[in-house]
Design a protein around this ligand. Structure first.
Ligand SMILES: Cc1cc2nc3c(=O)[nH]c(=O)nc-3n(C[C@H](O)[C@H](O)[C@H](O)COP(=O)(O)OP(=O)(O)OC[C@H]3O[C@@H](n4cnc5c(N)ncnc54)[C@H](O)[C@@H]3O)c2cc1C
Length: 468
């Protein structure tokens, strides 16, 4: 009987899983294994809540494999050692895995591939993380893209592989399963009070609900903060849902909503493409001229931002939503990121790290690409003075009736609409009538956006000019 190993990472599903199908095709017995590695769950981008989601998805996947005759084993330790040992134990000749674009994952794959090769085991990587093959989308000069629109036009024309059904049966070798620990057993403390659901079942039912409803009005509602978007990013991150299957199913929904939604999926492939070809972005700005940009140390400002106590209602609502659910609407992410980097002048890498700690969709390639985009030092550039978000105007435009802000900043619930974006403009009587005394019930704004905007432009200009 031939045996192969399926090394699971960010592909925790049975539907549309090319690595799983390849393993089942090439061997009689398939052993799916997840290796819990402290270098990941205690590493630079550690998040107890994302680890909890992952463990929840793994438990569900274990029972899904069992229901078709297979099993899922869990091991802790260094994947090089664990996989070589397991391959020897079950007599596997091949280890299958799904490709990733993050530098950490690629370096790990190189090490594991080498260790397996020395042990006489082949290591095969398969697609399954992105809609298209992000390594093959190149400009006419055969270079990677740094601007989204041309990437997207090329991306839309790339061939797609066939979406694969979930297998109906599998056999796995007899071997100790290994208990799936809780995050507490791993020594981690969860921070979110109301996290989004994890696992393939939740992912698929969310996808079906979205495609049979919300997506129709995606064009009109996309920027309206209180109107939910698909909320599928955390499932895509962990691979409980295949991006390709989502794209293919969306393509069967007629109308502009579905086309706009698929374009958003292209952003996901774009940022992964950028990181694949420019891995140094994990530590440095893509635009080298901004490597010397001066950032401020502002402990009080940093704390106010993290805690949602800046006195700017939209910023505070977003940061509180993040702390409770591990999610934040895309527009609000842009507003809070702009506030950190261009009002507080705090290094984007600090914000990037905070997001990675709390976001359930926290993803090295996506988070880094978006933070660099907002901080005007990444790809898809716009002049820095054009990409500075005014938190008051953004709130007036995209949460005009205050539904979102009132949900997350209850101190402001009785503040009249006309003051909701600038509650500090209320007179003392108006504050009393709204049960919201500025400075005691809700903070006074910690800064003057107009002044800080000019300061940001100066900071950026000094570096950009020095370079030209
Ligand atoms: C500062 C900042 C940090 C971010 N960090 C992350 C992150 O760590 N992980 C992450 O998945 N997204 C990140 N995003 C992108 C975006 O905010 C989320 O993907 C989106 O809000 C998820 O909600 P949704 O699934 O309802 O999106 P929808 O609006 O329903 O979009 C569908 C899908 O398209 C993709 N998508 C949409 N917008 C973007 C975008 N701007 N960049 C890349 N892909 C996009 C996502 O996969 C998303 O699930 C970040 C954005 C900003 C501004």
């Amino acid at each position: 009987m031939s045996t192969s190993i399926l090394w699971l990472r960010r592909d925790l599903r049975v539907h549309d899983h090319p690595g799983l199908v390849a393993a089942l095709t090439d061997s009689d017995l398939v052993l799916p294994v997840f290796v819990l590695d402290s270098a990941v769950y205690q590493g630079r981008w550690a998040s107890a809540d994302r680890t909890h989601s992952l463990l929840t998805a793994l438990s569900e996947l274990r029972s899904d494999f069992e229901s078709i005759g297979g099993r899922l084993v869990l091991r802790q330790g260094d994947p090089e050692r664990v996989l070589v040992q397991l391959a020897e134990q079950v007599g596997a000749l091949t280890v299958h895995a799904t490709s990733d674009a993050a530098p950490f994952a690629l370096e790990r794959d190189a090490r594991v591939g080498e260790a397996l090769e020395q042990a006489g085991v082949s290591f095969e990587r398969h697609p399954g993380t992105y809609c298209a093959d992000i390594s093959k989308i190149l400009t006419q000069q055969q270079k990677p893209y740094a601007v989204f629109s041309p990437f997207w036009r090329n991306w839309a024309e790339q061939p797609r592989r066939v979406v694969l059904p979930a297998p109906k049966a599998m056999l796995s070798p007899e071997i100790e399963d290994g208990a799936i620990p809780s995050v507490e057993e791993l020594g981690l403390t969860r921070l979110l009070t109301d996290p989004l659901a994890a696992g393939e079942r939740a992912a698929r039912s969310q996808m079906k609900a979205w495609l049979s409803g919300g997506v129709d009005s995606y064009v009109e509602d996309h920027d309206q903060i209180a109107k939910p978007s698909s909320m599928l990013s955390h499932h895509l991150h962990i691979g409980s849902l295949s991006a390709l299957e989502l794209e293919a199913r969306a393509a069967t929904v007629p109308g502009p909503g579905s086309a706009a939604f698929r374009r958003q999926l292209a952003w996901r492939d774009f940022y992964a493409h950028v990181m694949l070809f420019s891995p140094r972005n994990v530590r440095e700005p893509f635009q080298k001229r901004f490597a010397n940009l001066k950032w401020l140390e502002d402990q009080a400002g940093w704390q106010a931002w993290c805690e949602g106590q800046t006195g700017f209602p939209l910023v505070d609502a977003g940061m509180r939503e993040l702390a409770a659910t591990g999610f934040m609407d895309n527009r609000v992410r842009m507003v809070v990121a702009s506030f950190l980097t261009k009002d507080l002048h705090i290094d984007y890498r600090q914000g990037e790290q905070w997001f990675m700690r709390l976001l359930l969709d926290g993803d090295t390639t996506q988070n880094n690409g978006n933070w660099q985009w907002v901080a005007s030092l990444g790809v898809d550039p716009q002049p820095y003075f054009k990409r500075i978000f005014n938190p008051v105007l953004q709130q007036k435009k995209f949460d005009s009736d205050g539904t979102y802000v009132r949900r997350w900043v209850p101190e402001l619930s009785a503040v009249p609409d006309r003051f909701l974006a600038e509650p500090w403009l209320m007179s003392t009587e108006e504050q009393q009538a709204s049960d919201c005394l500025i400075g005691s019930d809700y903070p006074a704004p910690i800064l003057d956006h107009k002044a800080e905007r000019l300061r940001a432009v100066e900071r950026y200009r000094s570096v950009a000019d020095a370079d030209s």
